[in-house]
Design a protein around this ligand. Structure first.
Ligand code: G3I
Length: 349
């Protein structure tokens, strides 16, 4: 399936240069991203906002039409699934898993151990370290167990390093020490041995101190027999900063290590207002990451963190920034959409 990846890269480069080969689109397709991704070995996905999925029919139709994996943007996070100790609420997450099954989509579970979006009751003052370890173990066994057989890949450990490659100071590191990461993977594997288990972070696209830390950690976990199967690169880029270099080198070294890779939360934000030049430059950011994924053997998926500006998380967090996704607020495709589709089509074999 991946034999044609180098050729695909050359074809993509030629197309960007304006001289795509005449047979560049060898198969018929319905014009969607998921049809374009068929045969590339890379699944194309989106984060899903469950309120939008319930209320907005065009949004719902686009999720089903364009993508072959989905990731819950918020509803599988600990605060969402266990709002009170021992009181679970799987309703919204179950709805997404059912939606995915009906539409022939796989689900990326997000996320099991993180420093953010934990329940308000989960504090260091309320529990001893031993109790926190018991709670984390129970959380992972219960959540992964609840979805057993229905989740393709889990983001097990999310954002565990700082940008300088030092371990992030979190409730888990403080209470349990660095071994909490290996434990989280072991518990997830125990609860669903078939799910692919990923590390996941941002600012780790290229070779840098943070991705070096992940490389060392992955090698160490593998050497210890810990069931880690993937390295997730969120891919939150911004036009006002340089795009990362050495993305392909980085993905390739994890590929050679024997783990899968995935781009898990891609978006490319910009200072507002958007204009033609900016949305074209944005398309290059989306394409840069997708090309790296297509060029290695074991990059299994490329997910955008929301596909429409109508529901993107960006304006709420970065003042004066937005327009970060491939569709505008009216669900009309932007140049990034064409870049993603063309890049996928050229990689099909
Ligand atoms: O659910 C409440 C709602 O009851 C309340 O009325 C509303 C008022 O602000 O807030 C709602 O919660 C918000 C939640 O999203 C659900 O919409 C939170 O305030 C808001 O902080 C939260 O933001 C999410 C963010 O993670 C939190 O860290 C974003 O939607 C989500 O896109 C974002 O996703 C993260 C990934 O999980 C990890 N990588 C980075 C990425 C972007 O920050």
């Amino acid at each position: 399936m991946r034999l044609g990846r180098i050729a695909a890269f050359l074809a993509v480069s030629l197309a960007v240069a304006g001289s795509a080969p005449a047979d560049a689109h060898p198969r018929s397709d319905d014009g969607s991203l998921r049809a374009a991704a068929r045969g590339t070995g890379v699944r194309i996905g989106t984060a899903v906002d469950m309120s939008a999925l319930a209320a907005d029919a065009p949004y719902r139709e686009a999720v089903a039409r364009e993508f072959d994996t989905v990731t819950p943007e918020n509803v599988m996070k600990w605060e969402a699934v266990e709002p009170q100790p021992g009181v679970y609420d799987w309703a919204a997450a179950d709805q997404l898993v059912d939606f995915a099954r009906k539409n022939g989509q796989l689900v990326r579970g997000h996320t099991l151990v993180w420093h953010s979006q934990n329940p308000a009751w989960l504090t260091e003052s309320a529990y001893t370290p031993a109790q926190l370890r018991t709670l984390l173990r129970k959380h992972i066994l219960d959540e992964v167990g609840h979805f057993k057989g229905r989740i393709w890949a889990w983001d097990v450990a999310n954002e565990v390093f700082n940008d300088d490659g030092t371990p992030r100071d979190t409730i888990w590191l403080r209470a349990l020490g660095p071994g909490y990461i290996a434990d989280a993977f072991r518990w997830a594997h125990q609860a669903d041995p078939k799910a692919l288990l990923f590390l996941n972070d941002y600012n780790n696209e290229g070779v840098n101190p943070k991705s070096d830390a992940y490389f060392a950690l992955t090698r160490q976990l593998l050497a210890q027999g810990v069931p880690v199967q993937g390295y997730g690169i969120q891919g939150h880029l911004a036009l006002q900063y340089d795009f990362p270099d050495s993305v392909l080198d980085n993905v390739r070294r994890f590929d050679k290590l024997g783990v899968r890779t995935a781009f898990t939360e891609v978006d490319v934000r910009m200072l507002l207002p958007a204009d033609t030049a900016k949305v074209r430059a944005q398309a290059e950011g989306f394409g840069l990451l997708l090309r790296a994924c297509l060029l290695v053997k074991h990059c299994v998926s490329y997910t955008v963190w929301g596909f429409t500006d109508k529901y993107s998380w960006v304006p709420g967090v970065f003042d004066g920034e937005g327009s970060a996704t491939p569709f505008d607020e009216n669900l009309r495709p932007k140049p990034a959409y064409a870049t993603l589709r063309d890049t996928l089509l050229l990689a099909r074999r």
